[in-house]
Design a protein around this ligand. Structure first.
Ligand code: SAM
Length: 352
């Protein structure tokens, strides 16, 4: 087992069965080794830095009906909200004053925001906060829309592919959505020039270990700049309300495997990880994650952006708790920094 992990670390070829073996093993020393090599690899590219990004959840309206998601269209219990351009800029100002140099605008697929509106929000942020990067995470759009946002100044785009397997995708989403289009969107984003993030929920209903291996293959083909993974957590008002939550241990192991396979890729320690375990995010960093995205949305919005039950949105998770977050990151030997934090090899075109 140590040889498999060392081979991954050295960039030597490993088989699917070997990766499965590491992910599934009952042997606790796997975790120690993954942690050691995962953090060592992250350190080669980023030292002990963890990048903080300001997350603005600007709308919880969504035209989609994903079976797992608390803001799905048919959840009539969701209290809907939208932030105006002025509110979004005010969040950025608060974040900027605290040092944030990346803003992540995430939301449901909300047609209220036309392409022109998104472009005007993006260009206003870039104008007012020149040294900042803007990341969008607003779902599936056509090539022209993505291009318009990019031309308006957007730098990065997060779109989890959710699962690379078409059948599995079909079990998580209604018939009007498909994995082919999701993947096409990711390739379009990449061709346009965005720094692109894909990812999955670990332990989503019906997911098999083979699906996860397929996800790794897809990522090897796409070569993303960011990979966001977090455990699936049920939301009571969704069709998956009674499904089992994902495993923290498997999520941590996968973070490390991703770090070893994709070297300088940006990997967030996600909110879902911190929701299932109080020190989940810190553990994520110790396994090789190097991004944390505190919530800088207004409190009323945070309370309503409930993708899953008990989603955390205060304390270390929020703009108010930034000092506490920095301390908890320092306590594990890392430094929380607010610079733009692009993927190490992105601008030099370096490949992993
Ligand atoms: N609409 C955009 C999109 O589709 O990419 C961004 C918002 S969407 C709510 C962001 C991510 O939340 C999804 O990609 C999904 O992986 C995650 N998510 C949704 N419901 C979840 C749940 N119940 N447990 C864990 N993660 C969830």
């Amino acid at each position: 087992m140590i040889n498999i992990i060392k081979n991954l670390y050295k960039g030597e070829k490993t088989s699917d069965d070997e990766i499965k073996y590491i992910l599934e093993s009952d042997d606790g020393s796997v975790d120690q080794l993954l942690m050691r090599y995962g953090s060592e690899t992250a350190g080669k590219y980023y030292g002990k830095k963890v990048f903080l990004r300001g997350l603005i959840e600007f709308t919880n309206y969504c035209r989609n009906n994903c079976y797992y998601c608390g803001i799905r269209r048919d959840n009539l219990h969701a209290e809907r909200y939208r932030l105006s351009k002025r509110e979004i800029l005010s969040c950025c100002k608060n974040g900027y004053d605290l040092g944030f140099r990346t803003f992540v605008l995430q939301g449901g697929e909300d047609n209220h925001y036309s392409d022109d509106m998104i472009c005007s929000i993006v260009s206003a942020i870039k104008e007012k906060f020149e040294d900042c990067a803007v990341t969008l995470s607003i779902g599936e759009k056509n090539y022209e829309s993505y291009k318009a946002y990019f031309d308006a100044g957007a730098d990065r785009y997060l779109l989890r592919h959710e699962t690379a397997n078409a059948d599995h995708y079909g079990r998580l989403h209604p018939k009007n959505m498909n994995s082919e289009n999701r993947k096409k969107c990711l390739y379009n984003l990449k061709n346009i020039g965005y720094q692109v993030g894909c990812g999955i929920m670990v332990g989503s209903p019906y997911q098999t270990m083979d699906n996860i291996i397929e996800d790794l293959h897809f990522m090897q083909e796409l070569r993303p700049d960011m990979i966001g993974i977090g455990p699936f957590i049920p939301h009571r008002d969704t069709p998956f309300g009674d499904k089992k939550k994902g495993s923290v241990r498997l999520t941590l192991r996968l973070i490390s495997v991703l770090r070893l396979m994709f070297r300088d890729v940006l990997i967030p320690a996600t909110t879902a990880l911190g929701t299932l375990e109080q020190s989940g995010r810190e553990k994520g960093i110790l396994y090789g994650a190097n991004v944390v995205m505190p919530n800088i949305s207004p409190v009323y919005a945070r309370e309503r952006y409930t993708l899953y039950d008990n989603k955390i949105y205060s304390g270390r998770e929020s703009i108010e708790g930034i000092g506490e977050l920095k301390k908890s990151i320092a306590k594990i030997g890392y430094e929380a920094v607010t610079d733009r934090g692009d993927r190490a090899g992105f601008f030099s075109g370096e490949k992993y």
